[in-house]
Design a protein around this ligand. Structure first.
Ligand code: 1HN
Length: 351
């Protein structure tokens, strides 16, 4: 009996025939997978993000120059975006995260707005500016890590007498990928302060919680992680423990109510490397942005070395093996998209 199933066709050798076929189906927005399969599904991460360093010494004059060219009011946010050299024109420092250096001069206000994107602030230079989140002001000091949760009103101001510069980290590319973004300007320039400064630290920053605490969102209820406390914790660990072979003494910031990541899309870390520490090679799938807080050191990858100093920002892309070395005792802040990868069972590391 003749079978109704057609026999597999002979291997088409005619490239012209294939091309004509592709052309025919292309008009209907249809494409052959076999032409792109190995670019789509690679054996290991293939990121356009490249290792890079943004040196404070080079950037500071430009940040200050931007302060003469435009006001915070005009700019809404006066920021120099740190673009990964492999992702130019895309306002991102890694494939999934945005970073920039924001300047606020004495007397300035950066008006209130809210957006779906979650933001972190890591203070690099100067004191006395504040960011207000949901009615509470946080006065900034170098090394402080501050959170602006998704869809919360926030504005910044500088009643002090020196310029203040911080590193912004936002999940803009993640929210963009999901087409889930909204933004709203506030009718007023600044929000009314309805809570006392330090209130959130008192409520959530002492390993205790208010009796009636019910989480209102996935982001940490603690908006401010002062450097003083982080530094003290690291010093205590460094005194008591052997350093990890790759990271030395590294802690992750947590949501104190859950023990989980402080933000749903961004993980943050602080590590201390004793003078002379020479780390073993390490890689993970979360491209990571580092900001140098203290000390001098080097990051090595392949046969390249980048020397870093305080307030430099550098990036190590996904699955790039790197090692860290401390010429002086170093403290490094870092952030990545790890919570997203962990939530999706995608995160991997290799020492
Ligand atoms: C933003 O709202 C801030 O609030 C900083 O300081 C940087 C980059 C893109 C979109 C919104 C801020 C931003 C931003």
């Amino acid at each position: 009996m003749p079978s109704a199933v057609p026999k597999p066709a002979a291997q088409p050798t005619n490239q012209a025939e294939r091309k004509a076929f592709y052309k025919k189906i292309e008009k209907a927005s249809v494409a052959p997978l076999w032409e792109v399969l190995h670019d789509l599904i690679t054996r290991a991460p293939k990121t356009p993000c490249v290792p890079a360093i943004f040196r404070w010494r080079e950037l500071l004059p430009w940040v200050l120059e931007s302060g003469k060219l435009i006001t915070a009011k005009e700019a809404e946010r006066r920021v120099l975006v740190l673009e990964n050299p492999g992702l130019r024109g895309q306002a991102r420092i890694t494939h999934s995260l945005y970073a920039g250096l924001q300047l606020i001069l004495p007397g300035e206000v950066a008006r209130a707005h809210r957006h779906s994107q979650t933001a972190l602030r890591f203070v690099l230079s100067g004191s006395g500016a504040f960011t207000a989140v949901e009615g509470e002001r946080v006065t900034m000091h170098p090394g402080d890590f501050i959170i602006t949760p998704s869809w919360t009103w926030h504005d910044h101001g500088n009643p002090g007498d020196e310029p203040v510069i911080w590193l912004d980290g936002l999940d803009i590319p993640i929210v963009e990928l999901l087409d889930a973004q909204f933004m709203e300007p506030m009718h007023a320039e600044s929000q009314v302060t309805s809570r006392t400064e330090g209130q959130s630290l008192a409520r959530y920053g002492a390993n205790m919680l208010p009796l009636d605490y019910r989480p209102s969102r996935k982001t940490s209820p603690l908006a401010w992680y002062p450097y003083e406390r982080t530094r003290e914790a690291l010093a205590g660990i460094a005194k008591a423990e052997e350093p990890h072979p790759a990271h030395a003494h590294k802690l992750q910031y947590v949501n104190p109510a859950t023990g989980g990541y402080p933000m749903p899309t961004i993980a943050t870390f602080m590590q201390l490397m004793p003078q002379g520490f020479s780390g073993k090679s390490y890689r993970s799938t979360d491209s990571t942005v580092f900001a140098v807080v203290e000390g001098k050191g080097r990051v090595c990858f392949g046969d390249e070395t980048l020397h870093f100093e305080p307030r430099d920002v550098f990036v190590m892309p996904s699955w790039t093996a790197y090692s860290l070395h401390a010429d002086r005792e170093c403290v490094l802040f870092s952030f990545s998209d790890r919570p997203v990868q962990v939530a999706l069972d995608l995160w991997r590391e290799e020492a």
